[in-house]
Design a binder for this molecule. Structure first.
Ligand code: ATP
Length: 209
């Protein structure tokens, strides 16, 4: 059996500690070998990012340059059309046929998973990790409660390639990219919300002004 891979997608406009710390929590708690950070090219569920794909990629590389367990994976930027998570998992599954794959989602994203393209086939390709606040359990929408309970992981299943749901308690940091962009546009200092190297490149490129 190959090593387990975490998959963390987002717009990362910009990447911040609210992404990175919970990702590291998941890596350690589920004993993953590495996490692929996958910037989205053309997010189907939200408005378009302000920074270009190339700029978001540069910020990601700078954010994790000293963290070997984080891999920047640009596969969604090479695809035409909307970036569906299903297609991303399919391509990862083809590339890593023997590795358990763990798709990581915040509870906000998990709450509307039913609206995703081919959502009920995602578990054929990967596990799902629901990143919960430490002080509460995620609220599962009633429509998917049965599906959730049916697939909830139990101990000893960690060697499977896909198919289970793993709730993981992660450090809660009330940081959002929206707030960081707003701060920068107002001339406020975003330090301590995201890595210094990312702040530097944002300044050099004149982003979010
Ligand atoms: P924006 O404010 O522009 O909507 P964001 O900060 O929410 O951006 P995204 O790139 O949209 O960042 O997030 C990617 C993933 O990271 C999503 O699954 C989201 O739930 C999760 N995430 C974002 N911020 C946090 C945070 N502070 N703590 C835990 N998870 C987070």
């Amino acid at each position: 059996m190959s090593d387990s891979i975490g998959i963390f997608g987002g717009t990362f406009d910009p990447i911040h500690f609210g992404h990175l710390r919970p990702a590291l929590d998941v890596l350690e708690q589920l004993d993953l070998e590495r996490i692929h950070l996958i910037p989205s090219a053309n997010p189907p569920h939200r408005e378009q990012p302000q920074a270009t794909a190339e700029q978001r990629l540069t910020m990601l590389h700078l954010a994790v340059k000293n963290s070997a367990q984080f891999v920047v994976d640009d596969r969604e930027l090479h695809r035409e059309g909307p970036s569906y998570t299903f297609d991303t998992l399919l391509s990862l599954r083809e590339e890593f046929p023997e590795s358990p794959l763990y798709l990581m989602l915040g509870t906000d994203a998990f709450a509307y998973i039913q609206t995703w393209h081919r959502w009920d086939e995602l578990l054929d390709l990967a596990h799902l990790v629901v990143m919960e606040r430490p002080d509460e359990t995620a609220e599962i929408p009633t429509e998917i409660e049965g599906w959730y309970q049916q697939h909830l992981a139990i101990e000893g299943e960690s060697n499977k390639l896909a198919g289970k749901i793993w709730p993981v308690k992660v450090t809660q940091l009330a940081i959002s990219a929206t707030d960081i962009r707003a701060k920068i546009s107002q001339g406020l200092n975003p330090q301590f919300l995201l890595p210094d190297a990312v702040i530097q490149i944002i300044g050099m490129l004149g982003l979010y002004k």
